[in-house]
Design a protein around this ligand. Structure first.
Ligand SMILES: NC(=O)N[C@@H](CC(=O)O)C(=O)O
Ligand SMILES: [Zn+2]
Ligand SMILES: [Zn+2]
Length: 364
């Protein structure tokens, strides 16, 4: 089944010949692991695929201090399954009151790998985010000076802006001026969903990069309504029209080093998704590599997959490449439908579907 036909009733295409692809172990540069029982339930899925993950700080309350980040990192390490070597890389949630010295100290002490900029109210647990980005200049100047990346959820927060235009409006009104004000600042534009943002990332390659999720590579805004409203596909930024999805596929498979993995795996309990007001977030961590590699395979670009998955991100962050390997196999597999969390569950993106690729051996 082709990715663009994911949710069609069409019969599965003839299976491709088996193939196995061994690459350096990849990293996920955008992960929501949550906390408590949810953390324990979802972490094994990310850890089975990725050696390291940039951990998002939008807990309740958000991770805004070195002490909170160090404690959260300990909880993540403690939640790892037996024998698991997954390394969490922590981020600082920027607010209107973030102090440059705390940012620098945490970075120098190796607690923070980056800081996360949520425009206030832009997404899940972003209400403590930044209300006026130009006023964040002292923090961003310090980050520029020490080489610490800022990771941006790039959507306008003015409720009058059409939800499908929020990323484009943010890029024009906030991102381009920010890139200009801080010419040496390393910026990751997270979960890119539009062709215009792809062009902006490319135009600033070297000091800017873009992460692209598995779901934005295979669904468009029409998929959200295919046969009815599909809450488990709703996330922010919301999926855009087909031309944008094609631009994202072109970007990741182009070989351009300014794009890398960021799954934005964002679990919410079934009750929060199938609700009067559905929470934003797709739990894509369990089927991420299977989806990415399928996209590269269908584009005839498997030779470019390793750089996107396992090299570009580490190089951008100035971190060593992983030593181990993972093998991906073009051999059909079926992911679990959902993962249990206490007395509820989280629905897995592409769960219970026949995926053309499976995860093979991982060598640390
Ligand atoms: N992507 C989402 O739709 N939701 C994320 C937050 C985010 O990354 O914007 C979440 O924490 O649930
Ligand atoms: Zn986001
Ligand atoms: Zn996210």
């Amino acid at each position: 089944m082709s990715v663009s036909q994911l949710f069609d009733a069409a019969p599965a295409a003839e299976a491709e010949a088996p193939l196995s692809l061994t690459i350096r172990r990849p990293d996920d540069w955008h992960v929501h692991l949550r906390d408590g029982a949810m953390l324990k339930a979802v972490l094994p899925f990310t850890a089975a695929q990725f050696a390291r993950g940039i951990i998002m700080p939008n807990l309740v309350p958000p991770v805004t201090t070195i002490a909170a980040a160090a404690a959260y990192r300990e909880r993540i390490l403690a939640a790892r399954p037996e024998g698991c070597d997954f390394t969490p890389l922590m981020t600082c949630y920027l607010t209107d009151t973030t102090v440059p010295d705390e940012i620098e100290r945490g970075y120098r002490e190796g607690v923070w790998a980056a800081a996360k900029l949520y425009p206030a109210g832009a997404t899940t647990n972003a209400h403590h985010g930044v209300t006026n980005i130009p006023k964040l200049a002292p923090v961003l100047e310090r980050m520029e000076k020490i080489g610490m990346p800022v990771l941006v959820h790039g959507e306008a927060t003015d409720p009058a802006v059409d939800i499908f235009d929020r990323e484009a409006v943010f890029m024009e009104q906030e991102m381009l001026p920010l890139l200009k004000r801080h010419p040496g600042l390393k910026v990751v534009i997270e979960h890119v969903t539009t062709a215009e943002t792809v062009a902006i990332v490319r135009a600033h390659a070297g000091r800017a990069a873009g992460t692209i999720t598995p779901h934005h590579l295979i669904i468009n805004r029409t998929t959200l309504f295919q046969g009815g409203l599909r809450p488990h596909l709703y996330c922010l930024p919301v999926a855009k029209r087909e031309s944008h999805r094609l631009a994202l596929c072109e970007a990741v498979t182009s070989g351009d080093t300014c794009f890398f993995i960021g799954t934005d795996t964002a679990p919410h309990l079934r009750g929060a998704k199938q609700a009067e007001c559905c929470s934003a977030g797709v739990f894509g961590g369990a089927t991420a590599l299977q989806t990415y590699v399928q996209v590269f395979d269908e584009a005839g670009a498997l030779d470019r997959f390793e750089a996107f998955a396992s090299e570009n991100g580490a190089r951008f962050y100035g971190l060593p490449l992983n030593e181990g390997t993972i093998t991906l196999e073009r051999k059909p597999s079926r992911a679990l439908a959902a993962v249990e969390v206490e007395d509820s569950e989280v629905v897995i993106f592409r769960g219970a579907e026949n995926l053309p690729w499976s995860i093979g051996e991982v060598r640390p």
